[in-house]
Design a protein around this ligand. Structure first.
Ligand code: FE2
Ligand code: FE2
Length: 291
């Protein structure tokens, strides 16, 4: 089985957004953020990413949040129509990132869930305030989709797991049959991030969350948020937990390290056998495997 892992698409679309609504958006958000992101995350890279994924034909695609910049309807609409090209719930799983919960209004309206619930929940009702985490049995691996997003005020972009979600998470992990790999899909990073990011962008209560993962012998966590990407491993009492940070799949830069990337994870005989990384090369506008 092959899983693809993409993240932090940051799709920009201001279609239908009035100037009045735009300037009334959060103080530190708005223009500066959009001007920076419009250059750093190009829609063309998203389109090349979709094409590359269609060529690779993975069995399932994991999307670890930050589909948008300001959690606007226009951004979600565009992201939804692009992701739809990749398949339905059986082929794709998504979780929200901090940018998908950018405003109190978007959270209250459950805007992210209204667009993307078909990729997360079998049934979704406006009346259920605690739908997370969701679980998908993909055969060799069960994926548990955790919501770590909450509203923050820049420069903060930390994440949190609610008490209610911890209760549901314990139940979900307990119910996964033995012999299946246990995977968690979430947005916020579980490794220590460089510099002030460790302070502004961390998952609050990371140690408690990791204790829960080790208690249930989770094998792998797929996440984003740190746009640079990184693969690491934690060991405790003989159990190994793989941490796969995708990095942003759409960012552009002058060096290979600064360009968009995604992962292809090969599963065989109940274990992760290999992880490929494909990086976007702006010179030929294509994703290539790096070694
Ligand atoms: Fe991001
Ligand atoms: Fe993020």
């Amino acid at each position: 089985m092959r899983l693809a892992h993409i993240s932090d698409l940051h799709i920009l679309d201001l279609h239908g957004v009035t100037a009045k609504r735009f300037v009334s958006r959060r103080v530190f958000g708005g223009a500066n953020l959009l001007l920076r992101r419009a250059g750093a995350h190009k829609i063309e890279t998203v389109e090349r990413l979709i094409e590359d994924l269609l060529r690779e034909e993975p069995d399932h695609i994991l999307v670890s949040g930050d589909l948008s910049n300001l959690a606007l309807d226009s951004e979600f609409e565009r992201a939804f129509h692009l992701l739809k090209l990749l398949g339905d719930r059986s082929r794709l799983s998504v979780v929200p990132g901090n940018h998908d919960y950018y405003t109190a209004g978007a959270i209250k309206a459950r805007r992210f869930e209204k667009y993307f619930h078909p990729y997360m929940f079998e049934r979704f009702s406006d009346l259920d305030p605690w739908p997370y985490p969701f679980v998908k049995d993909l055969g060799p691996i069960a994926i548990v989709g955790v919501n770590s997003a909450c509203q923050t005020v820049p420069p903060f972009a930390y994440g949190m797991i609610s008490e209610r979600q911890y209760t549901n998470l314990e139940a979900a992990l307990t119910a996964i049959p033995a012999g299946k790999l246990k995977g968690v899909l979430m947005h916020h990073a579980l490794h220590r991030m460089p510099g002030r990011k460790e302070y502004t962008d961390r998952l609050i209560g990371r140690d408690r969350f990791l204790n829960t993962l080790f208690k249930h012998k989770v094998d792998v966590v797929f996440y984003g948020h740190d746009h640079a990407g990184r693969i690491s491993e934690l060991r405790r009492d003989g159990h190994s937990l793989r941490l796969i940070c995708c990095g942003s799949s759409t960012r552009s830069g002058d060096t290979e390290d600064a360009c968009g990337r995604y992962r292809i994870i090969h599963l065989e005989d109940g274990a992760i056998r290999a992880i490929d990384t494909k990086v976007y090369d702006p010179s030929d506008r294509a994703f290539h495997r790096v070694f």
